[in-house]
Design a protein around this ligand. Structure first.
Ligand code: ADP
Ligand code: MG
Length: 424
């Protein structure tokens, strides 16, 4: 398991988000991804693959058509190696509990509909069928060109995520351990044409004949035609801009108006019952809580830390903490330094409480290798770097700062955050 859960090495790489970023071909080997094609049938023919929706380091996720209930679903096809299969079975266990406790599907966590195994050339793949959801929050952030989506939208998304976290934490006893923008999906797609129901898409029921790749491979000439068409569209909208409309076509294309911001938490591949934690590091680097870095034990409050990082990213389009290793210092130390520059010095008692504290801190609670910290508090960062107004910066920073308390036990719970007047 260490290779899966131990080092967080899968970092920020998890993709499915950029138009040109895909999972690559490397993962398609024994023990790896299943090479699905549109028209492929699963579970004795019941589910038919339509197109790929996304991917992570554990799986590819496909839009599929459920011929039994005549509806579209998401099919997560796990890599086949034993550790991945094990993780998927664990995910099924947790998502079954999630579904059982939420019969009305109102708790902002993805609903598991079915699961089965599928054998292919690369091995046996555990598959999860869930409700079909829209784009991830990372796609939303990128769609808006990383400019921040506005505080009212941030608040709306925060409410959904907190409802989900409160359900997981206080009703189920589950810690997600990998909360980040890729793992929160909007309920609807940003582009209505990508929603099979809204766009009136006719489901593919057979693999197209005469093409062994089932239509996933587009010939070179087709690609050229598509590119030319795209360029032509771009030229037209350019012309509209230069003709001087007030709201330009280009801007209109990127407006977030009318996009539903209701969202759900997905990806329970790393989640755990609070009383059965996996050893070692959790969370994707940038969303990792300080107690995880120094190994002093973690609980639900580690998810709250990631939640605050996510909220900041929605509001600014930038990561709250983007640590890098530097000469003579590790990524962990840089990360702790960045936290202290934004949030103040870590209390000595907390700094010394982890099994790895001595690697980073001296006995005064100062970092061993990074000595001069430049304190730049959150509200100032919001004003000076992101041009927030003073009241907006104050309000947002006052909401975030308690959730980013170095003492995990001091952080408000998701339920407490939901009562914060800033959200309402
Ligand atoms: P992994 O464990 O491999 O990271 P995820 O469960 O995070 O897998 O899914 C990978 C990606 O697939 C997500 O980031 C998202 O883009 C897409 N995806 C996952 N579940 C759904 C769903 N229910 N509806 C639509 N897209 C999904
Ligand atoms: Mg994921």
């Amino acid at each position: 398991m260490a290779s899966l859960f131990g080092n967080g090495g899968y970092g920020y790489s998890s993709g499915s988000e950029g138009e040109d970023e895909d999972e690559g071909t490397e993962g398609y080997r024994k023990g790896g991804y299943y090479a699905a094609r549109p028209g492929d049938r699963f579970a004795g023919g019941r589910f038919v693959a339509q197109r790929k929706l996304g991917w992570g380091n554990f799986s590819t996720v496909w839009l599929a058509y459920d011929t039994l209930h005549s509806k579209f679903v998401a099919l997560k096809i796990q890599k086949s190696a034993r550790d991945y299969a094990h993780a998927a079975l664990h995910e099924i266990e947790l998502l079954s509990a999630v579904a059982k406790g939420d019969p009305t599907n109102s708790k902002c966590v993805v609903q598991l509909l079915d699961h089965f195994k599928h054998t292919g050339p690369n091995g046996q793949h555990v598959c999860l069928v869930t409700e079909f959801l829209g784009d991830s929050l990372l796609r939303l952030i990128r769609y808006n060109r990383n400019k921040g989506i506005g505080l009212n939208r941030v608040k709306e998304i925060c409410r959904s995520v907190l409802v989900g976290l409160d359900y997981l934490h206080s009703e189920l006893g589950i810690i997600h351990t990998d909360l980040k923008p890729e793992n929160v999906l909007l309920v609807s797609t940003i582009n209505p044409a990508k929603d099979p129901v809204r766009s009136g898409f006719t489901p593919i029921l057979d693999r197209p004949v005469g093409n062994q790749y089932g239509g996933t491979v587009i010939s070179f000439s087709e690609k050229m035609l598509k590119m030319r068409a795209r360029r032509a569209v771009a030229k037209i909208s350019q012309r509209r801009v230069s003709l001087g409309g007030v709201a330009t076509e280009v801007e209109k294309e990127r407006s977030l108006d009318g996009i539903s911001l209701k969202c759900k938490i997905v990806d329970f591949g790393n989640a755990c019952w609070a009383d059965q934690q996996h050893a070692g590091e959790i969370q994707t680097r940038q969303y990792r809580a300080p107690e995880v870095i120094i190994s002093s034990g973690y609980s639900y409050s580690a998810d709250m830390w990631s939640f605050a990082c996510l909220a900041f990213e929605l509001a600014t389009g930038d990561l709250l903490f983007a640590p890098k290793s530097c000469q003579g210092c590790s990524e962990d130390e840089d990360h702790l330094a960045l936290m202290m520059e934004t949030l103040g010095k870590m209390p000595r008692k907390i700094a010394s409480s982890g099994t790895r504290s001595k690697d980073y801190f001296d006995r005064h609670g100062d970092l061993r290798r990074i000595r001069r910290l430049k304190f730049w508090p959150l509200d100032r960062v919001l004003v000076e770097r992101y041009n927030f107004t003073e009241p907006d910066a104050q309000g947002f920073a006052d909401f975030l700062r308690p959730i980013l308390d170095f003492t995990p036990g001091n952080r408000p719970s998701a339920a407490e955050c939901l009562k914060n007047p800033w959200l309402n």
